[in-house]
Design a binder for this molecule. Sequence first.
Ligand code: LLP
Length: 465
Amino acid sequence: MSRSAHPAGPRYADVLPEGGHGAAPADVNRLDRKIWPGGVVRDAGSGALTFAGADVRELAREYGTPAYLIDEDDWRRRAREWVEAFGADADVFYAGKSFLSVAIAKWAADEGLHLDVCSGGELAVALRAGFPASRLGFHGNNKSVAELERAVDAGVGRIIVDSHDEIERLAAIAADRGVRQPVMVRVTAGVEAHTHEFIATAHEDQKFGFSLAGGAAADAVTRILKHAEQLELTGLHSHIGSQIFDTAGFEVAAHRLTEALAAIRRDHGIELPELDLGGGLGIAYTEADDPAPVAEIAARLKEIVARECDAAGLAHPRLSVEPGRAIAGPPGITLYEVGTVKPLPGLRTYVSVDGGMSDNIRTSLYDAEYTVSLVSRASRAQAALSRVVGKHCESGDIVVRDAWLPGDTAPGDLLAVAATGAYCRSMASNYNHLLKPPVIAVKDGTARVIVRRETEDDLLGLDLG
Ligand code: LLP
Protein backbone atom coordinates (compact mmCIF):
# COMPACT_ATOMS: atom_id res chain seq x y z
CA MET A 1 0.00 0.00 0.00
CA SER A 2 1.29 3.44 -0.83
CA ARG A 3 2.31 5.96 1.75
CA SER A 4 -0.18 8.49 0.52
CA ALA A 5 -0.56 11.84 2.16
CA HIS A 6 -3.09 11.29 4.83
CA PRO A 7 -6.21 13.28 5.47
CA ALA A 8 -6.24 16.03 8.01
CA GLY A 9 -6.43 15.01 11.65
CA PRO A 10 -5.19 11.91 13.35
CA ARG A 11 -7.49 9.44 11.53
CA TYR A 12 -5.31 7.75 8.96
CA ALA A 13 -5.87 4.06 9.32
CA ASP A 14 -5.65 3.90 5.52
CA VAL A 15 -1.92 4.57 5.67
CA LEU A 16 0.12 1.41 6.07
CA PRO A 17 3.88 1.77 6.04
CA GLU A 18 5.80 -1.52 5.70
CA GLY A 19 6.11 -3.52 8.88
CA GLY A 20 4.77 -6.45 10.80
CA HIS A 21 1.73 -4.68 12.18
CA GLY A 22 -0.88 -6.35 9.98
CA ALA A 23 -4.22 -4.83 9.17
CA ALA A 24 -6.18 -2.52 11.42
CA PRO A 25 -8.28 -4.55 13.84
CA ALA A 26 -12.03 -4.52 13.38
CA ASP A 27 -12.49 -3.60 17.05
CA VAL A 28 -9.68 -1.71 18.67
CA ASN A 29 -11.23 -2.19 22.12
CA ARG A 30 -11.18 -5.98 21.95
CA LEU A 31 -8.89 -7.84 24.37
CA ASP A 32 -7.43 -11.14 23.17
CA ARG A 33 -7.91 -13.61 26.05
CA LYS A 34 -4.69 -15.48 25.37
CA ILE A 35 -2.64 -12.26 25.75
CA TRP A 36 -4.30 -10.52 28.71
CA PRO A 37 -4.44 -11.75 32.32
CA GLY A 38 -7.43 -13.85 33.36
CA GLY A 39 -8.82 -11.14 35.61
CA VAL A 40 -9.00 -8.40 32.98
CA VAL A 41 -12.41 -7.20 31.77
CA ARG A 42 -13.46 -4.10 29.90
CA ASP A 43 -16.35 -2.43 31.68
CA ALA A 44 -19.35 -2.39 29.38
CA GLY A 45 -20.38 1.11 30.49
CA SER A 46 -17.20 3.17 30.81
CA GLY A 47 -15.03 1.04 28.54
CA ALA A 48 -12.33 1.20 31.22
CA LEU A 49 -10.41 -1.89 32.20
CA THR A 50 -11.06 -3.72 35.42
CA PHE A 51 -7.94 -5.53 36.55
CA ALA A 52 -8.51 -8.37 39.03
CA GLY A 53 -11.60 -6.52 40.24
CA ALA A 54 -10.01 -3.04 40.44
CA ASP A 55 -10.66 -0.16 38.03
CA VAL A 56 -7.35 0.76 36.41
CA ARG A 57 -8.26 4.46 36.56
CA GLU A 58 -8.46 4.22 40.34
CA LEU A 59 -5.23 2.25 40.51
CA ALA A 60 -3.54 4.96 38.44
CA ARG A 61 -4.95 7.70 40.68
CA GLU A 62 -3.88 5.93 43.84
CA TYR A 63 -0.46 4.59 42.86
CA GLY A 64 0.55 6.73 39.88
CA THR A 65 1.95 5.63 36.56
CA PRO A 66 3.89 3.92 35.19
CA ALA A 67 3.06 0.92 37.33
CA TYR A 68 3.43 -2.81 36.94
CA LEU A 69 0.24 -4.63 37.90
CA ILE A 70 0.08 -8.34 38.67
CA ASP A 71 -3.13 -10.33 38.72
CA GLU A 72 -2.32 -12.46 41.77
CA ASP A 73 -4.97 -15.12 41.14
CA ASP A 74 -3.79 -15.49 37.56
CA TRP A 75 -0.14 -15.84 38.69
CA ARG A 76 -1.05 -18.45 41.27
CA ARG A 77 -3.34 -20.30 38.86
CA ARG A 78 -0.53 -20.60 36.31
CA ALA A 79 1.89 -21.79 39.01
CA ARG A 80 -0.59 -24.46 40.11
CA GLU A 81 -1.22 -25.48 36.53
CA TRP A 82 2.50 -26.18 36.10
CA VAL A 83 2.81 -28.07 39.36
CA GLU A 84 -0.27 -30.18 38.61
CA ALA A 85 0.69 -30.80 34.99
CA PHE A 86 4.10 -32.20 35.92
CA GLY A 87 2.76 -34.15 38.88
CA ALA A 88 4.35 -35.67 41.94
CA ASP A 89 7.25 -37.30 40.12
CA ALA A 90 8.65 -33.99 38.80
CA ASP A 91 9.66 -30.61 40.21
CA VAL A 92 8.79 -27.21 38.77
CA PHE A 93 11.42 -24.59 39.54
CA TYR A 94 10.14 -21.06 38.98
CA ALA A 95 12.94 -19.07 37.29
CA GLY A 96 13.21 -16.09 39.63
CA LYS A 97 15.17 -14.06 37.09
CA SER A 98 11.88 -13.43 35.26
CA PHE A 99 10.62 -11.51 38.29
CA LEU A 100 11.31 -12.05 41.96
CA SER A 101 10.26 -10.19 45.08
CA VAL A 102 9.59 -11.37 48.61
CA ALA A 103 5.83 -11.64 47.93
CA ILE A 104 6.43 -13.57 44.72
CA ALA A 105 8.75 -16.00 46.48
CA LYS A 106 6.01 -16.57 49.06
CA TRP A 107 3.41 -17.19 46.35
CA ALA A 108 5.82 -19.64 44.72
CA ALA A 109 6.30 -21.46 48.03
CA ASP A 110 2.54 -21.55 48.68
CA GLU A 111 1.82 -23.02 45.28
CA GLY A 112 4.33 -25.84 45.61
CA LEU A 113 6.94 -24.46 43.26
CA HIS A 114 10.66 -24.84 43.69
CA LEU A 115 12.69 -21.73 42.91
CA ASP A 116 15.72 -21.00 40.75
CA VAL A 117 17.98 -18.11 41.64
CA CYS A 118 21.02 -16.98 39.69
CA SER A 119 22.75 -14.41 41.87
CA GLY A 120 23.40 -13.54 45.48
CA GLY A 121 20.70 -10.88 45.18
CA GLU A 122 18.03 -13.32 44.06
CA LEU A 123 19.16 -15.73 46.77
CA ALA A 124 18.82 -12.96 49.36
CA VAL A 125 15.24 -12.26 48.26
CA ALA A 126 14.33 -15.95 48.46
CA LEU A 127 15.87 -16.29 51.92
CA ARG A 128 14.19 -13.09 53.13
CA ALA A 129 10.88 -14.62 52.05
CA GLY A 130 11.64 -17.73 54.08
CA PHE A 131 11.59 -19.85 50.94
CA PRO A 132 12.64 -23.39 51.93
CA ALA A 133 16.33 -23.57 50.98
CA SER A 134 16.04 -27.26 50.12
CA ARG A 135 13.71 -26.23 47.25
CA LEU A 136 16.16 -23.70 45.81
CA GLY A 137 18.36 -24.20 42.77
CA PHE A 138 21.33 -21.91 42.18
CA HIS A 139 22.47 -21.16 38.62
CA GLY A 140 25.13 -19.02 37.00
CA ASN A 141 28.29 -19.23 34.96
CA ASN A 142 30.30 -17.11 37.38
CA LYS A 143 29.02 -17.47 40.90
CA SER A 144 31.41 -15.78 43.29
CA VAL A 145 33.01 -17.55 46.24
CA ALA A 146 30.88 -15.43 48.56
CA GLU A 147 27.71 -16.43 46.69
CA LEU A 148 28.64 -20.11 46.79
CA GLU A 149 29.46 -19.91 50.50
CA ARG A 150 26.14 -18.30 51.22
CA ALA A 151 24.29 -20.91 49.19
CA VAL A 152 26.05 -23.81 50.90
CA ASP A 153 25.52 -22.26 54.33
CA ALA A 154 21.85 -21.71 53.61
CA GLY A 155 21.42 -25.34 52.55
CA VAL A 156 20.43 -24.64 48.93
CA GLY A 157 18.99 -27.88 47.53
CA ARG A 158 20.96 -27.92 44.31
CA ILE A 159 23.76 -25.91 42.80
CA ILE A 160 24.00 -26.21 39.04
CA VAL A 161 27.70 -26.15 38.34
CA ASP A 162 28.85 -24.47 35.19
CA SER A 163 32.67 -24.56 35.08
CA HIS A 164 35.67 -26.55 36.24
CA ASP A 165 36.72 -23.57 38.36
CA GLU A 166 33.42 -23.67 40.14
CA ILE A 167 33.66 -27.40 40.87
CA GLU A 168 36.98 -26.87 42.65
CA ARG A 169 35.70 -23.81 44.52
CA LEU A 170 32.55 -25.52 45.65
CA ALA A 171 34.37 -28.68 46.73
CA ALA A 172 36.71 -26.54 48.87
CA ILE A 173 33.79 -24.66 50.44
CA ALA A 174 31.90 -27.90 51.19
CA ALA A 175 35.07 -29.47 52.65
CA ASP A 176 35.59 -26.41 54.84
CA ARG A 177 32.03 -26.72 56.18
CA GLY A 178 32.07 -30.49 56.41
CA VAL A 179 28.96 -30.81 54.23
CA ARG A 180 28.10 -32.70 51.06
CA GLN A 181 26.49 -30.31 48.57
CA PRO A 182 24.08 -31.68 45.93
CA VAL A 183 25.04 -30.47 42.46
CA MET A 184 23.90 -30.87 38.87
CA VAL A 185 26.06 -30.39 35.80
CA ARG A 186 24.84 -27.86 33.29
CA VAL A 187 25.50 -29.25 29.86
CA THR A 188 25.41 -27.67 26.44
CA ALA A 189 23.33 -30.10 24.46
CA GLY A 190 24.12 -28.50 21.09
CA VAL A 191 20.53 -27.33 20.71
CA GLU A 192 19.39 -23.78 20.58
CA ALA A 193 15.71 -22.94 20.40
CA HIS A 194 14.00 -19.60 20.14
CA THR A 195 10.36 -19.03 19.27
CA HIS A 196 9.31 -21.43 16.53
CA GLU A 197 12.74 -22.57 15.44
CA PHE A 198 15.47 -24.68 16.84
CA ILE A 199 18.91 -25.58 15.62
CA ALA A 200 20.42 -28.83 16.76
CA THR A 201 23.88 -28.83 15.30
CA ALA A 202 26.08 -26.09 16.66
CA HIS A 203 25.63 -23.44 19.33
CA GLU A 204 28.42 -24.75 21.46
CA ASP A 205 30.03 -21.33 21.18
CA GLN A 206 28.57 -19.73 24.30
CA LYS A 207 29.45 -19.09 27.91
CA PHE A 208 27.00 -21.49 29.57
CA GLY A 209 27.48 -25.12 30.41
CA PHE A 210 29.87 -27.95 29.63
CA SER A 211 29.83 -29.27 26.10
CA LEU A 212 28.46 -32.77 25.69
CA ALA A 213 29.88 -33.16 22.21
CA GLY A 214 33.33 -31.82 23.11
CA GLY A 215 33.74 -34.02 26.20
CA ALA A 216 33.84 -31.22 28.79
CA ALA A 217 30.65 -32.50 30.41
CA ALA A 218 32.16 -35.97 30.86
CA ASP A 219 35.29 -34.36 32.41
CA ALA A 220 33.10 -32.34 34.78
CA VAL A 221 31.32 -35.50 35.91
CA THR A 222 34.65 -37.24 36.54
CA ARG A 223 35.93 -34.28 38.54
CA ILE A 224 32.80 -34.07 40.67
CA LEU A 225 32.91 -37.79 41.39
CA LYS A 226 36.50 -37.34 42.57
CA HIS A 227 35.10 -34.95 45.16
CA ALA A 228 32.37 -37.39 46.15
CA GLU A 229 32.77 -36.61 49.85
CA GLN A 230 32.01 -32.94 49.24
CA LEU A 231 29.79 -33.00 46.17
CA GLU A 232 26.79 -35.22 45.52
CA LEU A 233 26.16 -35.40 41.78
CA THR A 234 22.39 -35.72 41.30
CA GLY A 235 21.95 -35.19 37.59
CA LEU A 236 22.31 -33.25 34.36
CA HIS A 237 20.76 -29.94 33.42
CA SER A 238 20.17 -28.22 30.11
CA HIS A 239 18.43 -25.02 29.08
CA ILE A 240 17.99 -24.55 25.36
CA GLY A 241 16.52 -21.08 24.97
CA SER A 242 13.49 -18.92 25.51
CA GLN A 243 10.05 -18.16 24.06
CA ILE A 244 9.89 -21.67 22.57
CA PHE A 245 6.60 -22.93 21.15
CA ASP A 246 7.22 -26.52 20.22
CA THR A 247 8.91 -29.42 21.95
CA ALA A 248 11.17 -30.54 19.11
CA GLY A 249 14.25 -28.84 20.58
CA PHE A 250 13.57 -30.41 23.99
CA GLU A 251 13.27 -33.76 22.30
CA VAL A 252 16.77 -33.50 20.84
CA ALA A 253 18.14 -32.22 24.15
CA ALA A 254 16.46 -35.06 26.08
CA HIS A 255 17.92 -37.55 23.64
CA ARG A 256 21.45 -36.20 24.09
CA LEU A 257 21.08 -35.96 27.86
CA THR A 258 19.95 -39.57 28.17
CA GLU A 259 22.84 -40.66 25.99
CA ALA A 260 25.08 -38.84 28.46
CA LEU A 261 23.36 -40.52 31.43
CA ALA A 262 23.98 -43.88 29.77
CA ALA A 263 27.64 -43.00 29.17
CA ILE A 264 28.02 -42.03 32.85
CA ARG A 265 26.58 -45.40 33.87
CA ARG A 266 28.99 -47.14 31.52
CA ASP A 267 32.05 -45.17 32.67
CA HIS A 268 31.30 -44.81 36.38
CA GLY A 269 28.72 -47.47 37.17
CA ILE A 270 26.15 -44.99 38.49
CA GLU A 271 22.73 -43.91 37.29
CA LEU A 272 22.09 -40.26 38.08
CA PRO A 273 18.61 -39.80 39.53
CA GLU A 274 17.68 -36.35 38.13
CA LEU A 275 17.26 -34.62 34.78
CA ASP A 276 16.46 -30.93 34.34
CA LEU A 277 15.27 -29.68 30.95
CA GLY A 278 15.40 -25.98 31.88
CA GLY A 279 12.83 -23.35 31.02
CA GLY A 280 11.92 -21.42 27.92
CA LEU A 281 8.30 -22.14 27.11
CA GLY A 282 6.76 -19.28 25.20
CA ILE A 283 3.78 -17.03 25.93
CA ALA A 284 1.45 -14.96 23.77
CA TYR A 285 2.73 -11.39 23.41
CA THR A 286 0.67 -10.85 20.26
CA GLU A 287 -2.11 -12.65 18.43
CA ALA A 288 0.50 -14.41 16.29
CA ASP A 289 1.83 -16.35 19.30
CA ASP A 290 0.07 -19.58 20.11
CA PRO A 291 1.42 -21.37 23.17
CA ALA A 292 0.25 -24.94 23.77
CA PRO A 293 -1.53 -25.71 27.05
CA VAL A 294 0.85 -26.56 29.88
CA ALA A 295 -0.74 -29.99 30.38
CA GLU A 296 0.09 -30.84 26.78
CA ILE A 297 3.69 -29.65 27.10
CA ALA A 298 4.15 -31.56 30.35
CA ALA A 299 2.76 -34.78 28.92
CA ARG A 300 4.99 -34.42 25.87
CA LEU A 301 8.19 -33.73 27.84
CA LYS A 302 7.53 -36.60 30.24
CA GLU A 303 6.83 -38.92 27.35
CA ILE A 304 10.03 -37.88 25.55
CA VAL A 305 12.19 -38.48 28.62
CA ALA A 306 10.48 -41.80 29.39
CA ARG A 307 10.93 -42.99 25.81
CA GLU A 308 14.59 -41.98 25.66
CA CYS A 309 15.35 -43.61 29.03
CA ASP A 310 13.53 -46.80 28.07
CA ALA A 311 15.54 -46.95 24.86
CA ALA A 312 18.78 -46.57 26.84
CA GLY A 313 17.65 -49.04 29.53
CA LEU A 314 17.83 -46.35 32.24
CA ALA A 315 15.49 -45.95 35.19
CA HIS A 316 13.34 -42.84 34.71
CA PRO A 317 15.09 -39.93 36.42
CA ARG A 318 13.13 -37.36 38.40
CA LEU A 319 12.36 -34.63 35.91
CA SER A 320 12.53 -30.92 36.58
CA VAL A 321 11.68 -27.88 34.49
CA GLU A 322 12.28 -24.18 35.05
CA PRO A 323 9.57 -21.93 33.65
CA GLY A 324 9.94 -18.22 34.29
CA ARG A 325 8.11 -16.26 31.61
CA ALA A 326 5.29 -18.83 31.30
CA ILE A 327 4.28 -18.25 34.92
CA ALA A 328 5.17 -14.61 35.49
CA GLY A 329 4.67 -13.02 32.07
CA PRO A 330 0.95 -13.21 31.29
CA PRO A 331 -0.40 -12.14 34.72
CA GLY A 332 1.46 -8.80 34.50
CA ILE A 333 0.66 -5.61 32.63
CA THR A 334 2.24 -2.16 32.67
CA LEU A 335 -0.01 0.83 33.09
CA TYR A 336 1.18 4.11 31.53
CA GLU A 337 -0.27 7.56 31.07
CA VAL A 338 -0.08 9.21 27.68
CA GLY A 339 1.82 12.50 27.80
CA THR A 340 2.11 13.64 24.20
CA VAL A 341 0.66 12.52 20.86
CA LYS A 342 2.50 13.39 17.68
CA PRO A 343 0.90 12.40 14.37
CA LEU A 344 3.49 12.11 11.59
CA PRO A 345 1.54 12.56 8.37
CA GLY A 346 1.86 9.58 6.07
CA LEU A 347 3.79 7.58 8.65
CA ARG A 348 2.21 6.94 12.01
CA THR A 349 1.31 8.53 15.31
CA TYR A 350 3.92 8.65 18.07
CA VAL A 351 2.21 8.20 21.39
CA SER A 352 4.58 9.01 24.27
CA VAL A 353 4.05 7.47 27.68
CA ASP A 354 5.55 8.27 31.06
CA GLY A 355 7.98 5.31 31.14
CA GLY A 356 9.89 3.56 28.40
CA MET A 357 13.07 1.59 27.95
CA SER A 358 13.90 1.88 31.65
CA ASP A 359 10.82 -0.17 32.60
CA ASN A 360 10.76 -2.36 29.48
CA ILE A 361 14.07 -2.80 27.69
CA ARG A 362 12.84 -5.84 25.76
CA THR A 363 11.55 -3.98 22.71
CA SER A 364 14.84 -2.21 22.08
CA LEU A 365 17.02 -5.10 23.20
CA TYR A 366 15.32 -8.01 21.46
CA ASP A 367 12.90 -6.37 19.02
CA ALA A 368 10.21 -7.85 21.22
CA GLU A 369 6.61 -7.30 20.19
CA TYR A 370 3.83 -6.35 22.56
CA THR A 371 0.12 -5.69 22.59
CA VAL A 372 -1.13 -2.37 23.91
CA SER A 373 -4.61 -1.08 24.56
CA LEU A 374 -6.30 2.14 25.59
CA VAL A 375 -7.71 1.18 28.99
CA SER A 376 -9.20 4.30 30.60
CA ARG A 377 -12.17 4.46 28.21
CA ALA A 378 -13.61 2.86 25.11
CA SER A 379 -13.19 4.66 21.83
CA ARG A 380 -15.21 4.66 18.65
CA ALA A 381 -12.45 6.36 16.68
CA GLN A 382 -10.89 4.61 13.74
CA ALA A 383 -7.70 2.71 14.55
CA ALA A 384 -4.51 4.60 13.77
CA LEU A 385 -1.16 3.00 13.19
CA SER A 386 0.84 4.11 16.19
CA ARG A 387 4.15 3.64 17.94
CA VAL A 388 4.18 3.75 21.70
CA VAL A 389 7.41 5.36 22.84
CA GLY A 390 8.88 6.31 26.18
CA LYS A 391 10.26 9.55 27.58
CA HIS A 392 13.97 8.72 27.38
CA CYS A 393 16.48 10.74 25.42
CA GLU A 394 17.00 8.06 22.84
CA SER A 395 15.14 7.40 19.61
CA GLY A 396 15.34 3.63 20.18
CA ASP A 397 13.19 4.12 23.28
CA ILE A 398 10.24 2.19 21.92
CA VAL A 399 7.73 0.30 24.03
CA VAL A 400 5.48 -1.06 21.26
CA ARG A 401 6.81 -0.70 17.75
CA ASP A 402 3.59 -1.23 15.81
CA ALA A 403 0.30 -0.71 17.53
CA TRP A 404 -3.21 0.02 16.39
CA LEU A 405 -4.57 2.53 18.85
CA PRO A 406 -7.77 4.53 18.59
CA GLY A 407 -7.13 7.62 16.46
CA ASP A 408 -8.38 9.86 19.26
CA THR A 409 -5.82 8.64 21.83
CA ALA A 410 -4.91 11.76 23.77
CA PRO A 411 -2.79 13.07 26.65
CA GLY A 412 -4.16 11.83 29.96
CA ASP A 413 -5.39 8.52 28.54
CA LEU A 414 -4.14 5.36 30.18
CA LEU A 415 -2.52 2.65 28.09
CA ALA A 416 -1.76 -0.87 29.24
CA VAL A 417 0.89 -3.08 27.71
CA ALA A 418 0.11 -6.77 28.15
CA ALA A 419 2.35 -9.66 29.19
CA THR A 420 4.99 -7.56 30.93
CA GLY A 421 5.16 -9.64 34.12
CA ALA A 422 8.43 -11.30 33.13
CA TYR A 423 11.77 -9.64 32.35
CA CYS A 424 10.49 -6.07 32.59
CA ARG A 425 10.77 -5.06 36.27
CA SER A 426 13.64 -7.53 36.63
CA MET A 427 15.56 -5.81 33.81
CA ALA A 428 14.52 -2.26 34.70
CA SER A 429 17.14 0.47 34.95
CA ASN A 430 17.45 4.04 36.11
CA TYR A 431 18.44 5.36 32.70
CA ASN A 432 18.01 9.13 32.60
CA HIS A 433 17.48 8.81 36.36
CA LEU A 434 13.92 7.69 35.90
CA LEU A 435 12.51 6.06 39.00
CA LYS A 436 11.60 2.39 38.78
CA PRO A 437 7.82 1.87 38.88
CA PRO A 438 6.11 -0.01 41.69
CA VAL A 439 4.79 -3.54 41.41
CA ILE A 440 1.20 -3.81 42.56
CA ALA A 441 -0.50 -7.12 43.20
CA VAL A 442 -4.25 -7.00 42.72
CA LYS A 443 -6.67 -9.63 43.97
CA ASP A 444 -10.45 -9.50 44.36
CA GLY A 445 -10.44 -5.76 43.73
CA THR A 446 -7.84 -5.07 46.44
CA ALA A 447 -4.43 -3.72 45.51
CA ARG A 448 -1.25 -4.25 47.48
CA VAL A 449 2.11 -2.67 46.65
CA ILE A 450 4.63 -5.51 46.73
CA VAL A 451 7.56 -3.41 45.48
CA ARG A 452 7.19 0.31 46.04
CA ARG A 453 7.98 3.03 43.54
CA GLU A 454 11.52 4.37 43.75
CA THR A 455 11.90 7.90 45.02
CA GLU A 456 14.46 10.59 44.30
CA ASP A 457 15.78 9.90 47.80
CA ASP A 458 16.44 6.29 46.76
CA LEU A 459 18.43 7.55 43.79
CA LEU A 460 20.28 10.27 45.64
CA GLY A 461 20.91 7.99 48.61
CA LEU A 462 23.49 6.21 46.50
CA ASP A 463 25.11 9.43 45.32
CA LEU A 464 27.79 10.41 47.84
CA GLY A 465 28.45 13.77 46.24
N1 LLP B 1 16.43 -21.81 33.40
C1 LLP B 1 17.59 -21.27 33.01
C2 LLP B 1 18.83 -21.96 33.29
C3 LLP B 1 17.60 -20.06 32.32
O1 LLP B 1 18.76 -19.54 31.94
C4 LLP B 1 16.39 -19.39 32.06
C5 LLP B 1 16.36 -18.11 31.35
C6 LLP B 1 15.18 -19.97 32.51
C7 LLP B 1 15.24 -21.19 33.17
C8 LLP B 1 13.84 -19.35 32.31
O2 LLP B 1 13.51 -19.14 30.99
P1 LLP B 1 12.02 -18.67 30.59
O3 LLP B 1 11.08 -19.82 30.91
O4 LLP B 1 11.68 -17.48 31.42
O5 LLP B 1 12.10 -18.34 29.17
N2 LLP B 1 15.83 -11.57 29.32
C9 LLP B 1 15.32 -12.44 28.28
C10 LLP B 1 15.23 -13.86 28.73
C11 LLP B 1 16.53 -14.41 29.21
C12 LLP B 1 16.34 -15.76 29.76
C13 LLP B 1 17.59 -16.27 30.37
N3 LLP B 1 17.43 -17.53 30.97
C14 LLP B 1 13.96 -11.93 27.82
O6 LLP B 1 13.55 -10.90 28.30
O7 LLP B 1 13.34 -12.52 26.96
